[in-house]
Design a protein. Structure first.
Ligand code: HMG
Length: 446
């Protein structure tokens, strides 16, 4: 069967930005470098008061459908992946379809709709479901819309507040993909974990430091599982490494682990050993802290080698340019990383058609998924159509006081009237509650 994969995507950012080094850090009495260098972030996108997961998702879908000339009849599935759902029964995809029916001729009466949940991983799972639906021949020539959309807010003063974000990516899956074709092979690393969860609550309970180790463990397992079906994968096989990016510093850690695996058993591994010595052996240490320090120093030494730096600059750095500015979009983060790599390649006019990316998705709770994607010949035109850089440039820059009010406006159990900071312009907006408590939406023309 022909390749199945991503034919088009559109990205919609929340229209506000919290500047982390310049606005957030001073109030927290922290060094700006903790954000720019440590976490690798300059800002977090946040939703204006009339935005939510439905408006951001619907706005991304509308733009995608218009650009691709699609009508509701062309779309056989709409799956929303989110961990910011406000309705425990009615899926966000029905709200989004309702929005789209306000502006497109026809309706989604014969479109299968649902909502997927597994923390940040579920967008990748929804893409997998869509690909399998097409491979099974149940799509009747239609494509599938996967909408990853989240408002990633933490409780005020939680350490996670440094890694917030909000935005949506609409991803169109077909049997004639223009952007990337997905490998059939996939690897899974999965374990019942209690590191980040929202048991009947809006904001996450999170053990931030532990969540970092859990992420690395699951990604390592998924990589091994991927290789058990697809065979060994080497450094030369991978043009880009788009990984789930809660903050770029997390990917810096995952990339080092992945690099060491990709070069394992090769001349490059020997060359690296010559430069930085063997990795410290835990059994040789009586003291856990001393071992941790030796491991940290060894990793730092690898990061400084030209071998590693060259690989990182070419393979990982390009995946982070958007997320530095957006913060964590939960389900959207890995899809932002893919878009970022392709945007960087397009900007530098590098033709990457036929090259492969190793895509690592992750969701707390916890599960990682690994697969590869082959870039399709039509990728450049699709990526040139994205407007995300202009959208990020146009965000309203919040003062700290304004940020506090926006956070309150999006907190379910706080009732506060906050005026919008931006003016809606040809887009869907949240317009209030209906008689049954349903959220309602309107399309606002300029
Ligand atoms: P924190 O306590 O705010 O920050 O927690 P920190 O003190 O650990 O500093 C962060 C980094 O900045 C460190 O780098 C510091 O050294 C460095 P590292 O040592 O780790 O490489 N740093 C500096 N660097 C330069 N100059 C300075 C400076 N100061 C410090 N002056 C934490 C950070 C991420 C834990 C917190 O923000 C948090 O809890 N975030 C939420 C949880 C999270 O994002 N976890 C990531 C893995 S789990 C995941 O990805 C899933 C998730 O997306 C949810 C889902 O799946 O649904 C979260």
């Amino acid at each position: 069967m022909a390749a199945v994969g991503i034919d088009a995507m559109e990205i919609w950012t929340g229209k506000l930005v919290l500047d982390l080094p310049n606005t957030f850090a001073p109030v927290k009495d922290e060094a700006p470098a903790k954000y720019t260098k440590g976490l690798g972030l300059t800002g977090s996108s946040l939703p204006d008061v009339y935005e939510d997961i439905v408006t951001m998702g619907a706005n991304a879908c509308k733009r995608l459908m218009e650009r691709k000339g699609l009508t509701p009849n062309d779309i056989g599935r709409i799956d929303v992946a989110t961990e910011s759902s406000f309705d425990r029964s009615k899926p966000a995809s029905t709200y989004i379809a309702g929005c789209l029916e306000q502006v497109f001729d026809g309706d989604f009466s014969h479109t299968n709709k649902g909502e997927r949940k597994f923390a940040c991983l579920s967008g990748t799972q929804a893409i997998d479901d869509a690909c399998n639906w097409i491979r099974a021949g149940r799509h009747r020539g239609r494509g599938a819309l996967v909408v990853v959309t989240d408002t990633a807010l933490y409780e005020r003063d939680d350490p996670g507040e440094a890694t917030q974000g909000a935005g949506a990516v609409a991803i169109y899956i077909t049997e004639t993909p223009s952007v990337v074709a997905l490998s059939r092979e996939q690897g899974i690393g999965s374990k019942d974990e209690t590191d980040f969860l929202k048991p009947n609550q809006q904001f996450p309970s999170v053990d931030g430091k532990r969540s970092i180790g859990v992420y690395l463990d699951r990604v390592r397992e998924a990589l091994h599982d991927y290789e058990s079906v697809a065979g060994r994968i080497h450094k030369a096989d991978v043009a880009f490494l788009p990984f789930h990016t809660p903050f770029p510093g997390m990917v810096r850690k995952a990339a080092l682990m992945t690099y060491r695996h990709l070069i394992d058993g090769t001349d490059e591994a020997n060359a690296l050993r010559e430069l930085v010595g063997e990795a410290p052996d835990a059994d040789a240490f009586d003291d856990a802290e001393a071992y941790k320090k030796a491991r940290y120093d060894h990793q730092k030494a690898i990061r400084k080698t030209p071998l590693y730096r060259e690989w990182y600059e070419a393979t990982v750095q390009p995946t982070l340019s958007l997320s530095r500015r957006t913060g964590n979009w939960y389900t959207g983060s890995v899809h932002i990383a893919r878009a970022s790599a392709l945007l960087e390649a397009a900007q530098h006019d590098v033709d990457i058609a036929g090259q492969r990316m190793l895509v690592g998705s992750y969701g707390s709770g916890a599960q990682a998924e690994m697969h590869t994607e082959t870039v399709c010949p039509g990728w450049h035109a699709e990526i040139d159509a994205l407007t995300i850089v202009e959208q990020l440039d146009a965000r309203y820059d919040l003062s700290f006081d304004e940020y506090e009010r926006v956070h309150q406006a999006h907190t379910y159990d706080v009732e506060v009237a906050v005026e919008p900071f931006t003016t809606p312009n040809n887009e869907f907006v949240f317009s209030g509650y209906g008689a049954m408590g349903e959220r309602q939406y309107a399309y606002v023309s300029a």
